[in-house]
Design a protein around this ligand. Sequence first.
Ligand SMILES: [Zn+2]
Length: 510
Amino acid sequence: MNNNRPTQNKGNAPKRVAPTHEQSRNVAANTPRRTEADGRPIRRIRPSSAQSTQRVPQAPQQRPIRNRSDRNTNDVEALASRRRYLAEKKSARRAGVIAFFTVFLSLCLITCIILSLLVNDGKESTAKDFMVMMIEGSPDVEIPMSEAYQNEMLYIDFSAVAKLCGFSAVGDANGITYAFTSSSGIDQYIKFEYNSNAVTVNDHNITMSGIAFIKDNSLRVPFSFLEANIRGLNTEVDEKERTVTITREKMTGSRPDDPKYEEVVLLLQPEAPVTSPFEGEDDVPDPMDVEFISDLSAYEQYMNPADRDAYLVLINKENPVDQDYAPDDLEFVTQKYCVYTGDYQARMRHVAAMAMTAMLTEAENYGINDVKITLAYRNYWTQNWLYTGYIDEEMAKGLSREQAEAIVKTYSAPPGCSEHQSGLCADMHNVYFQTDKELEDFEYTEAYKWLKDNCWKFGFVVRFPKGKEDITGFQFECWHYRFVGRYHAYQMHTSGLCLEEYLQQLANAD
Ligand SMILES: [Zn+2]
């Protein structure tokens, strides 16, 4: 089982095209927004009717000096004039009072608005004293910061998480045990002791970074426990907004109106399965009732072979095969799924080639139509040629043969130690890569996410997973898929075990 870096495409390989949805998003981002181009809209204050109609009071006219002979008639006129003046003065005073109150009320209104804004700010800052836990299927809970953080560790409400995961709970005065049965029929449990950091997960005793305790009828445990021990949940902590969001992980390709969820898995599995996979099919619920959007009925016999243990061959540095080892049922994989043609078209064993065609057909129907195989079966001599070539390349950088070999061994297998000699694996990706960086970036594509989540349904596993480098002896390879048959692929997928670990577990169970 080795794996090697896939050979790079040479020459006139097409350059990658940026995803169109990204382009369209940019177009949308550049479209000017209709409003608020220059900040918050400013409210216009309409002039009050009192202001607009207000008249400036006129200064009293000086009384004209008149001749004595005009006095009588003039007195009448003067009186009328005086009355007019007083009436005008009165109306001017009234207008002044109205104007004063208008300004006063406006000021009151502005003060109220400012005060209400300040009060709202106050509320927000109060909310920051809480951590908001949003757990799918449970009402949001605000936990005071003093409880959410204990000894600078973030705590979560595990009772709600257990509900989300469908665990059943049994408790007494000393602690609480959460239990469930995985879809492969294996009973699993987590046992917490109150006010203690000791936890038992499927008979494994572990120590949490902080104690578990009961508060408001819910079990609080350090968030780090969840992250380290349970798979199948999405967790998001937003320190700025003071929120924790925990949801079930959706299966890739599940419809928004009918989401299917990944199984919740405890990373520490029972040492020996309660129900051995080999005790007989009747005892094991069939977890492999897989639905496809393509008609793959003709491929079922290959994806889920009747002789389900026939493809568990292990080839690695500890388990090499000799130069003559070669499967006798090699065949070309469907041309449209291969990068190269002619003698270089990818070959696999019959069952694996058919299962691969099924997988890439389904992927295509999910819109992933640029994944192709660069290389599958490789014989001893090709492996030898590649391996020595890599060593020469490293030595050309000035390393000794020993140093070069040590480096090359992390990404290429010595001849006889390569899984590619089994005819059961393939290197595939959607990148016409020119550099190692481009090859490794396959990990961040939708295609990889889909393959990682779904390859077990077709009988494949990611052979050199992340985090298992010490066990497989190889760097993480997002491009290398190995056929083991659906049953074992499912077990490995749900348990998170790599092939070496899985075979060891089966051996222990015997
Ligand atoms: Zn490979």
